[in-house]
Write a protein that binds this ligand. Structure first.
Ligand code: DAH
Length: 339
């Protein structure tokens, strides 16, 4: 009996040693310790052992069982540890590798220019307001003293929705809304999209942006207009920038002017950028026409004011020395990435 058990034990231990997978070790367990296993078979044979020898044999069987169990246990644990080690190695993450950079969007040159203009005027106490892009003829033309036969009202220039409703051609329409709804003193800028029936080219687009400005108070003069817009130009293009006002005509201002700034590229000596003149036109302005004030319910004997209108794209193009407006609308990432 003893030899039988020793043989079983040796065989089992050898198989455990060979067991290089958990499945194989499990098979060994079943083969020796299971219900139909070899040791169980030995226990079943106890009935043939004499009663006085039974405890001894029983003890031997148990010892063998314990030895096999322990060896199996050890082998399984060792194998599990090995497998875990391999898995960890495989899944290891090198935290010192450089991370993938997420692609970050860029602010559009129009947005950057607008934020700059807003910053300047908010700093001077102006409020930023918005008005509707779809507008009544009254707000876009009539209340701004633009006569019915004015060329701007031609269908070739204006997108009409019907005879009374149109896409605003200028942010000047917001002036009217503000004056109707607010008592002076008024100090506001109104940025927004405007529409004109233009063909697309390097300097035109059927949709672009303007920033309107309006100041209404007692005793506002042309000197206030000049001082304010000169300061604006300096903040936008640099301290050394000079401004020049040329007489002009707008139906809603009287007197009216266009403002030029000294070319920020050549400083005024003349270059390709300013077409040799040393000056660049940047905005239209003037003293609000008394008729406009009256139509908006403001007494021109008590209040005066000035207004101005700037093209946003124009500022962005100048600021970044871009010579084709279409680049601002195509949204080519390679172009936008530069800002
Ligand atoms: N609305 C004018 C345009 O689209 C720009 C303008 C000129 C606005 C003079 C004004 C102004 O407020 O006073 O060309």
């Amino acid at each position: 009996m003893k030899e039988t058990l020793q043989a079983i034990e040796a065989k089992a231990l050898e198989q455990i040693k060979q067991g290089d997978t958990l499945d194989k070790l499990n098979e060994v367990k079943v083969a020796y310790l299971g219900k139909k296993g070899e040791l169980t078979a030995v226990l079943k044979g106890m009935k043939d052992v004499s009663p006085e020898d039974r405890p001894k044999v029983g003890q031997m069987v148990n010892d063998t069982r314990a030895v096999i169990e322990e060896a199996l246990d050890k082998a399984i644990k060792a194998l599990e540890a090995e497998l875990m080690e391999a898995k960890l190695k495989e899944e290891v993450i090198d935290v010192t590798l450089p991370a993938k950079k997420p692609e970050i969007g860029h602010r559009h040159p129009n947005t950057i220019a607008l934020e700059e203009v807003e910053r300047i005027f908010v700093g001077m106490g102006y409020e930023v307001v918005e008005g509707p892009e779809i507008e009544k003829d009254y707000y876009n033309f009539e209340a701004l003293n633009i006569p019915a036969d004015h060329p701007a009202k031609d269908e070739q220039d204006t997108f009409y929705i019907n005879s009374d409703i149109l896409l605003r051609t200028q942010t000047s329409s917001v002036q009217v809304h503000v004056m109707e709804n607010q008592k002076p003193p008024i100090r506001m800028i109104a940025p927004g999209r405007v529409f004109r029936a233009d063909e697309v080219d390097a300097t035109h687009s059927p949709s672009f942006h303007q920033i309107e400005g309006l100041v209404i108070d007692k005793n506002v003069t042309f000197a206030d207009l000049k001082g304010t817009l000169a300061e604006f130009a300096k903040e936008l293009f640099g301290e050394e920038t000079k401004v020049k006002f040329r007489p002009h005509h707008f139906p809603f201002t009287e007197p009216s002017a266009e403002m030029d700034v000294t070319c920020f590229k050549c400083g005024g000596s003349g270059c390709r950028f300013c077409k040799g003149s040393g000056w660049i036109e940047i905005l239209g302005c003037g003293m609000v026409h008394p008729r406009v004030l009256t139509m908006c319910g403001i007494d021109p004997k008590e209040y005066t004011g000035f207004a101005f209108g700037v093209g946003l794209e124009r500022i962005a193009l100048l600021k970044y020395e871009i010579d084709d407006m279409r680049l601002l609308y195509e949204n080519d990432i390679r172009f936008l990435k530069q800002f």
